[in-house]
Design a protein around this ligand. Structure first.
Ligand code: NAD
Ligand code: UD1
Length: 352
């Protein structure tokens, strides 16, 4: 059995897919999630898919006492920290909730990790930390700036991690900056299950295709892009999940290459983009989805959405060079797997 990993937010969209990838790679996992934006059913389905029951603990990252009990009971090699709230609009309406949940939750987790001397962390950051990019593709040295509390909370945690790595060089802190995660596990058993009307493009398209929503509003057709609509770097969630396994392998290699008396870190704070490196426009995604699902996707053009950028896609060179990871799946795969999940589970995890 390989190392044991604590997965915060492991019942969520990206976390549940990563649990499968971790299990397949031989890791022993414990999931910690308050289920504020997810369902116990996701964990049940992951357990069925991997053929063994996942250890799940319902709890909040801001609850230090509960975290301590878990660190006493388990010897973790690392923490993968997905737990966080992620809706940009809600973060503007409820900034204190977002800073409390995302920033205070991360600080509490880091404090408990320090107390139990678990100093390997993989943090879920976002391409949102790049704001409106000055150059494309975006590499990890690009300027960071955010305009909404959600993005600020990710940036704040990155700054905390940087400061921590300076203060104590035994920390190994990888910040994975995800571009636009979409798609589902090919089984169609787990996927993205937004609570209300989706804010993001892919779940919106799939709910139009399945007939739950009438038509897609495309936010702007006058951007300086290939067809006037926004361009993003969509990445299949199973590729993204694999990126976490590669990051973990990297931390293990670094740990094993150090002598036992060497307490200084060779990793420190390490930001890495997880994207495909390719941009796809909103209209291109809509047309691929319609083709794959054989469903009409009615749409209308409306005004630009405040805070949106014209184009955003990654330079994925650092992930390839350091982690040996690169995305493999295409936009067609992403649409196919999203449609598989959506058509098999029109009401998500809520089967009624
Ligand atoms: P998600 O909402 O599906 O998963 C997050 C999980 O964390 C949920 O299960 C939720 O219940 C849990 N959670 C939230 N606050 C918690 C807390 N205080 N204590 C314990 N559990 C808590 O979201 P996701 O799409 O899987 O995203 C995972 C992470 O990746 C988030 O941190 C998100 O900000 C980040 N991210 C997501 C995207 C994206 O497009 N999905 C893009 C960039 C970054
Ligand atoms: C959004 C968030 C970002 C967050 C990411 C993942 C904003 C401004 N940005 O990124 O902080 O990290 O989600 O959660 O909210 N679109 C439509 N119609 C729709 C929905 C989207 O045309 O109904 C367009 C958008 O204008 C954009 C593209 O589709 O051009 C992608 O949008 P979305 O899926 O929301 O992702 P981002 O805006 O890239």
């Amino acid at each position: 059995m390989k190392n044991k990993i604590l997965v915060t937010g492991g019942a969520g969209y990206i976390g549940s897919h990563t649990c499968i990838a971790l299990h397949e790679a031989g890791y022993d996992i414990v999931v910690y999630d308050n289920l504020s934006n997810s369902s116990r059913e996701a964990i049940n389905r992951v357990s069925t898919l991997i053929g063994q029951s996942i250890e799940f603990i319902k709890g909040d990252t801001r609850d230090a006492e509960m975290l301590k009990q878990i660190f006493v009971a388990h010897q973790f090699f690392a923490v993968i920290h997905f737990a966080g709230l992620k809706a940009v609009g809600e973060s503007v309406a409820k900034p204190l909730l977002y800073y409390n949940n995302n920033v205070s939750g991360s600080i509490t987790l880091l404090e408990v990790m320090a107390e139990y001397n678990v100093k390997n962390l993989i943090f879920s950051s976002s391409a949102t930390v790049y704001g409106d990019p000055e150059t494309l593709p975006i590499d990890e040295n690009s300027k960071r700036s955010c305009t909404n509390p959600y993005g600020q909370s990710k940036l704040a945690v990155e700054h905390i991690l940087e400061d921590l790595s300076v203060s104590d060089q035994s920390w190994n802190l990888i910040s994975l900056r995800y571009f636009n995660p979409v798609g589902s596990h090919p089984s169609g058993q787990i996927g993205e299950d937004p609570n209300d009307i989706p804010n993001n493009l892919m779940p919106y398209i799939s709910q139009v295709a399945v007939g739950k929503l009438e038509k897609l509003s495309i936010f702007g057709n006058d951007y300086p892009t290939v067809d006037g609509t926004g361009v993003r770097d969509f990445i299949h969630v199973t590729d993204l999940a694999q990126g976490h396994v590669s990051a973990l392998n990297y931390l293990e290699q670094q740990a094993s290459s150090k002598s036992s008396s060497d307490t200084t870190s060779s990793v420190g704070f390490l930001p890495i983009n997880l994207g495909t490196g390719k941009g796809t426009s909103v209209l291109e995604l809509v047309s691929t989805f319609a083709k794959v699902s054989k469903q009409p996707i009615p749409y209308q053009f409306v005004a630009r959405r405040a805070g949106d950028v014209a184009s955003c896609y990654a330079s994925a060179d650092k992930a390839k060079a350091l982690l040996g990871w690169q995305a493999k799946l295409s936009i067609t795969d992403m649409c196919q797997d999203t449609w598989h999940w959506q058509s098999m589970n029109p009401n998500g995890y809520n089967e009624t």
